[in-house]
Design a protein around this ligand. Sequence first.
Ligand code: NDP
Ligand code: HEM
Length: 489
Amino acid sequence: MTKRLTTTAGAPIADNQNSLTAGPRGPVLLEDYQLLEKLAHQNRERIPERVVHAKGWGAYGTFTVTNDITKYTRASIFAEVGKKTELVARFSTVAGELGAADHERDVRGFSVKFYTDEGNWDVVGNNTPVFFVRDAYKFPDFIHTQKRHPKTNLRSATAMWDFWSLSPEAIHQVMILMSDRGLPQTPMHMNGYGSHTYSFWNKDGERFWVKFHFKTLQGHAHYTNREAEEIIGRTREGYQEALFGAIEKGDFPKWKLCVQIMPELDAEKTPYNPFDLTKIWPHSDYPLIEVGIMELNRNPENYFAEIEQAAFSPSNKVPGVGFSPDKMLQARVFSYADAHRYRLGTHYEALPVNAPRCPVHHYHKDGNMNFFGQRTGHLDAYYEPNSFADSAKEDPSVAEPPLRISGDAARYNHREGNDDYSQPRALHDKVMNEEQRQRLYQNIAEAMQGVPDEIIERMLGHYALVTPVFADGVRAARATLNGSLAAAE
Ligand code: NDP
Ligand code: HEM
């Protein structure tokens, strides 16, 4: 049956084609409120895009536990093998704006919000296990190098390589970015990593350090720069088409969630700082333990409402999961919820995509767009403590075990005594084969086009410390590239 068109206040509308005018030629009358309302709504259709990770693709899914890890964590999501939890996932590129092409070389975001029965748990990671910086103090500077130059309004290869060459901790992540993994064919053909060290704690109050790995079950597949250029020439929306299309067809992508577990006291013994986001934990020391399967199986009905307004935050944790001393993670715990309040508004957690699927009781009050009243469990309880028996009360049984910390407050030099070269060396020498290394050198050479020589030399100095083979490989690729560019002129 045809539905009657109404105003937003529910009154029927007689004419949605012609504005109200004085005579057939106009002018328009001010009392045509529906015309004014349409124009005013249109002016408010855009909200600020995410300051990073603006371009993204998302879907709903299900997580199913396949292996018992209750000895490490009391998190209810892992309570028993076979348990299922609903989730929403969003993948993204980092630097490009909302309209950027999907197939650009960039790190990919990998965010998952698990709607657990003890609250939302968000893993807001990337498709890389490490990051460019290890101190959040440098994050805004780093992001400035990825965004547009203030005068030219163009992205600047000089800014990127200048910053990286002055930040040896970036070498590991830049290598991954310039390797095959920097340009996955679709979001389904890449791993996700929680990247940071988090913690688990079990029902006996024992703490373990943990890293999360989502291993793609579609297999890894990547494009070269040339292949990506050809694709972007045809479509700028290749990831949306691939992910949305696969799910519409019933071809549901899956990832195996694994964890690496480190006993709490091991953190004092490892030769690297296990809370340093620029380092991995070698699999030989801390093998992957399978936990469950994540499947994406439902497309959102409305992209804006459900994916653009999705608000992921590392601060969303549940009993059984905790943070770690990682300096970067500590900053992210603040930064995301702050971004959501700015981008979406005070009550962003109450939007349907962000709303927990379990009872929510808190004493926050009012604020714009509060459409849910108070959630304290009792009409007269709008403060706490109160003496109303059925109002919401704290539950000491979910208290995290105490964490022993010590140290004098100072701005410690995070570069002092830090080995930024061994793990990139393992990646170069042991993980990559010769063809992958050649593509790495080629991609770096291309990305360095137009960058002043002194910056390039500084960067090559770092690569020589990884292994002289690496620096020589990039030099050779640059010579070939410059030769072919000169020949083409
Ligand atoms: P392993 O041989 O056990 O593991 C190598 C890892 O490298 C695998 O997880 C593999 O992912 C991943 N990998 C393969 N190619 C690339 C690439 N181009 N960019 C990034 N990752 C890639 O070695 P170790 O655990 O001893 O680590 C050796 C090096 O491998 C590290 O220094 C680090 O650079 C890299 N690495 C290590 C990871 C870890 O958590 N230990 C995670 C990812 C990378 P997959 O199995 O899905 O193919
Ligand atoms: C998005 C800050 C490091 C992964 C964002 C946003 C901010 C931010 C403000 C936009 C949030 C929004 O508006 O929705 C920071 C800061 C960092 C940091 C301050 C360092 C201190 C990292 C790291 C990772 C990461 C290390 C991965 C391991 C992501 C992802 C998104 C994102 C995946 C997009 C989330 C989504 O899909 O909505 N970051 N970030 N960030 N960040 Fe970070």
